[in-house]
Design a protein around this ligand. Sequence first.
Ligand SMILES: [Zn+2]
Length: 98
Amino acid sequence: MTDIAHSHTDDHPLDGQARYRTDGLGERVVVLPATCKRGLHQLPAAGFRAVAEQGWILVECLACGEGDQVSQWRLTTCGAVAERAEFDDQPYAGHSLQ
Ligand SMILES: [Zn+2]
């Protein structure tokens, strides 16, 4: 019996589902964690890079450094692309390493 359905290896597991809300203008807003995953930096102040891929979004902390996988958030996305992003730690409490 062969089972190749789960043969892909991903050593950077996703951090869960990205949260969304709809603002007063009816625009779709994606809510991103405000703190890098190391728990060291406030992303809006420290600088960040958000890359939306097919089905997920990568949020990098520029203070920790691009490519620092420990500080990256990897969130799955669903539905239409958000018009803009906001930061809020609350929906992601418990995921941070701190
Ligand atoms: Zn950081």
